[in-house]
Design a protein around this ligand. Sequence first.
Ligand SMILES: [Zn+2]
Length: 198
Amino acid sequence: MQVCDGCGAQADGAHIRRRIERLELATRFRPIHIQVLLIDAAPPARQEDYFYHATNRGDRSQSSRDYFDEIAKCSGLTINPEMNEESTLAEFQHRGFYLAHVRECPAERTDEWEGALGRLGTVMIRRVEKSYKPKYIVLLSASLGKLIPQFERSEMRDRLILDHGKPFLSSLENFATGRSVPAVSLSDQLKAALPHPA
Ligand SMILES: [Zn+2]
């Protein structure tokens, strides 16, 4: 067992391999200059459902497909049924968009996630300041609201785009929590909120 630097948990070899695989998949599509950094809480449990895991669409679960489409649309892309995920991700990258997670491994339990949020948030803010250096930062999960004070104390405070002082709620999260899906999609909300739509 060793400590995984993606989540801080004691992890076996399989866990570490999956984490490295996700890192490699995301790095392939990381823009050199990030315009808009979308930050979500944690990746989904199934590796096939990971945003940067380009598949022929059948391998994704329905909610993962909805999530993929909604995130891709945030960059201004139009989604069509014949699209190829690989080229969609390449275009998403080309438009300067990047999706990162505060906890880089799936969270198995909520308590595990809540306890680690403060520490992982500090690591994330350091990564944003030193490495991602995006023009704009968008938080995509209600649970990340707790990180807003940390962001507001950081060098990145002017780059944080909020929805009336709160994170934007992704439609996937709304499905998962049984809340009704907002009438305005995430991509439309972002289009309205970003000062210079990419
Ligand atoms: Zn991990």
